[in-house]
Design a binder for this molecule. Structure first.
Ligand code: FE
Ligand code: FE
Ligand code: ZN
Length: 280
């Protein structure tokens, strides 16, 4: 079965049960949520989130637990060496998020590696490695999937080499994976129209066994633009055919593919995009 879904909201009163209902309303077979608002650290207790009921509804609809993906809050920046407080609060929040993700029954949590805020890539990577070693010290359950980034500003993770360097330097590489975002790698300069070549390169530099999650987005900008502005499927510079090819790629069949495309007139586009991508 094709594992294709989208980002879903999680809000009171139904919380995770509502997220799964939302996913099912799109005809999705996978979903991604934040465990709380991504821009702050206020969190609703796990026992209020209807996790068991959500798991039951997932099971009834053949959605596997590992296809419930968590996205870490984007205010975490493990690469910040300029402000110790940002690094420290990032560690603290990440530790909470790891425990929450495990409580959600998730296997994968997507994390933006971080931005070096002009201290330079090498210092940034060193800091990310240090942060991951701290949070993974007691973590033997949840895979942290480092997301490939578009390269806007001082983002780290713009190349497979940067991600590979992080993985090779941490104490527990087995607890790391990679989330491949089609918009981001296109914006970073990879030619996704030759996706088999991209996968070959990924395999040579990182290893395909590290691939954990796929983010399926079109891009508003040309290859190499380093912008990170998602477009609806078929409305951007990547185009429908390539994204459909990626979604159905046999080497990615075991992975959840998650849409993070923009709402159209305040409405989620996911039901239509899933139908379009599903049918070949
Ligand atoms: Fe992301
Ligand atoms: Fe993404
Ligand atoms: Zn993005």
């Amino acid at each position: 079965m094709l594992k294709l879904g989208s980002h879903c909201s999680m809000k009171a009163p139904d919380y995770l049960l509502g997220s799964v209902q939302e996913a099912l309303s799109y005809g999705a077979t996978a979903l991604m949520v934040y465990t709380g608002a991504p821009q702050n650290s206020r969190r609703t207790a796990l026992d209020k989130l209807n996790i068991e009921a959500a798991h039951k509804l997932m099971a009834e609809n053949n959605i596997e637990k590992q296809d419930l993906i968590i996205h870490a809050p984007y205010l975490i920046n493990l690469a910040n060496t300029k402000k110790q407080a940002t690094f420290d609060s990032g560690i603290e929040l990440l530790q909470i998020e790891i425990q929450r993700s495990i409580g959600f029954g998730a296997k994968y949590m997507v994390l933006h590696p971080g931005a070096h805020v002009s201290a330079g890539v090498e210092l940034g990577i060193e800091s990310i490695v240090k942060g991951l070693d701290i949070v993974n010290q007691d973590n033997n359950e949840l895979i942290i999937a480092l997301e490939t980034m578009a390269g806007k500003g001082t983002e780290i993770g713009r190349s497979f080499e940067e991600i590979a360097e992080i993985i090779s330097k941490v104490k527990k590489p087995e607890m790391l994976g990679v989330c491949l975002d089609t918009c981001h790698i296109h914006d970073a300069g990879y030619d996704v129209s030759d996706f088999d070549q991209v996968l070959e390169e990924f395999d040579a530099i990182i290893g395909l066994d590290k691939l954990s999650v796929i983010h399926v987005n079109d891009s508003k900008n040309i290859k190499g633009a380093k912008k990170d502005r998602h477009a609806n499927i078929g409305d951007g510079e990547i185009g429908f055919d390539i994204l459909q090819y990626i979604v159905h790629h046999p080497k990615l069949a075991h992975l959840a593919k998650i849409l993070e495309t923009p709402y159209i007139d305040d409405k989620p586009p996911y039901k239509e995009e899933i139908i379009a991508l599903k049918n070949i």
